[in-house]
Design a protein around this ligand. Structure first.
Ligand code: SAH
Ligand code: SF4
Length: 456
């Protein structure tokens, strides 16, 4: 990490983040490095001398948003010569020098594996060596990130435990841009958890593209259940969450671990993607619907009340109407608490991009809308069933200014509000669920509802 205060000379920098939690953590690292190099972080691009985009390319619309925003900055840069525009992250890794073709006013393109070189690259640009493109293919090293201590304010600390992916799901660009799986040795993960706990974070969120295969590349091998045990033992640790689990590696041992460790929250995000076995096979997912369902049955029987969420893709190439109905049926029978539903988006270089039998756009749009509507109904019914139950809310923030409410999550990852002010932030409060507003639970501290019950 560069720490020469002369480098940034107090210049302002704005970081815009697109995409997943991994990118949010990468942006925290960018922010730590640049503050260490003498820059000052500002909230808007308009006030900044250096603008950094940390981008996503998992679907085409994520990419189009970035190029759209870059387009807006062209005239801004003309009005403010000397502004430096740096584009990093997954889209930069994928497009490399092509970013300069589409947005020639960009000064620096840095890929995901060039992350730690950013302060030096910016220095070169400031010295007049731009525009620069740095998109190394060699995966960046797995280092302890506890020195990169700037984190989003709040109660939740993102901690990446592995990077990359070996799965090559047919639709997915992630393995192409993030490289092969690399696990962070457990002692480095623990060091980061300790430092987050010492900084007052009440929840650690362990991140990886496929946390269930954590440790396969480590010697001696430490699997993900063991890692959870080690994190659970850290003095002062609050809640523990993790994402993403891949169904093919979701083991009975992991289920037992979730069931037995007191700090590990009862929520699993388990992307199904599609309900038809032939689609799952052509997606290269490595499981059938029956196998998936039996894993969920095991999870639900051992962790009662577990929150379950998923990802679904509508309109994968070759998806017939009857394949689609299997996805509908899967949602109806599994009854997730929530689902992210995406329209299939062709990603260059992926196996699916070479498949023919594309589903017509209007059919993709219709199937996507149908799944969204169905899941909305299921989510509503499920959330309604929580009313009257006891739970625990970790308060994360004031809900809306002057609303008199604070907001947080239950252990099974539902959003809940309760009366209170910022003195409650960071507290885990036992509550009773007394109502629902759209998809938000309304909660009351337990003593309070106990008093009401006693008095009524
Ligand atoms: N590693 C995680 C998340 C990967 S990206 C996992 O395996 O689950 C997050 C989600 O984006 C995926 O689960 C998938 O549903 C969706 N996705 C990925 N590529 C996509 C594409 N080309 N089109 C539409 N959705 C896609
Ligand atoms: Fe993409 Fe599949 Fe890897 Fe997830 S597991 S990142 S969907 S290739």
């Amino acid at each position: 990490m560069t720490s020469n205060k002369e480098e940034g000379r107090g210049d302002t920098v704005h970081i815009a983040t697109y995409g997943c939690q991994m990118n949010r953590r990468d942006s925290e690292i960018i922010s730590s490095m640049l503050v260490g190099a003498g820059y000052r972080i500002v909230d808007s691009a308009e006030e900044a001398r250096v603008i950094v985009f940390n981008t996503c390319c998992v679907r085409e619309n994520a990419e189009e948003r970035v190029y759209g925003r870059l387009g807006q900055l062209k005239s801004f840069k003309e009005l403010r010569p000397g502004t430096i525009l740096a584009v990093g992250g997954c889209m930069a890794q994928k497009d490399g020098a092509a970013v300069l073709k589409r947005a020639p006013w960009t000064d620096l393109v840095f890929g995901v594996h060039a992350l730690y070189a950013l302060p030096d690259l910016l220095e070169k640009v400031r010295a007049g060596q731009g525009p620069l493109v740095s998109v190394p293919e060699h995966p960046r090293p797995m280092v302890s990130q506890s020195g990169f201590c700037r984190r989003e304010p709040g109660v939740r600390a993102w901690i990446s435990v592995m990077e990359g992916c070996n799965n090559f799901c047919a639709y997915c660009v992630v393995p192409h841009v993030r490289g092969p799986e690399r696990s962070k040795p457990p002692e480095l993960v623990i060091e980061e958890v300790r430092s987050a706990v010492a900084d007052g974070y009440k929840e650690v969120f362990l991140l990886g593209q496929n946390v269930n295969s954590y440790g396969a590349d480590l010697a001696p091998r430490t699997g993900f259940p063991k890692l959870l045990e080690l994190v659970n033992e850290v003095d002062g640790v609050g809640r523990i969450r993790f994402t993403t689990s891949h169904p093919k590696d979701f083991s009975p041992e992991l289920v037992d671990t979730i069931a037995s460790l007191d700090h590990v929250c009862e929520h699993v995000h388990l992307p199904l993607q599609a309900g038809a076995d032939r689609v799952l096979e052509s997606m290269n997912r490595g499981y059938t619907l029956d196998e998936y369902v039996s894993r969920i049955e095991m999870l639900r029987s051992k962790v009662p009340g577990v929150g379950l969420t998923t990802d679904i893709i509508a309109g994968f190439p070759g998806e017939t109407e009857s394949d689609f109905q299997r996805t509908v049926c899967a949602l109806e029978t599994i009854r997730y608490d929530g689902a992210y539903i995406f329209k299939y988006s062709t990603r260059p270089g992926t196996a699916a991009s070479r498949l023919d039998r594309a589903v017509p756009h209007e059919t993709v749009v219709r199937r996507h809308a149908e799944l969204l509507e169905l899941q909305k109904t299921i989510s509503k019914e499920k959330i309604g069933a929580a009313v009257g139950k006891e739970d625990e809310v970790l308060v994360e923030e004031v809900s809306r200014r002057d609303s008199g409410l604070v907001k947080g999550h239950t252990r099974d990852y539902r959003v809940a509000v309760l009366e209170g002010d910022d003195s409650l932030i960071g507290k885990a409060i036992p509550v009773r669920i007394v109502g629902v507003d759209k998809f938000t639970l309304q909660a009351e501290p337990l003593q309070c509802s106990a008093v009401l019950t006693a008095g009524s």
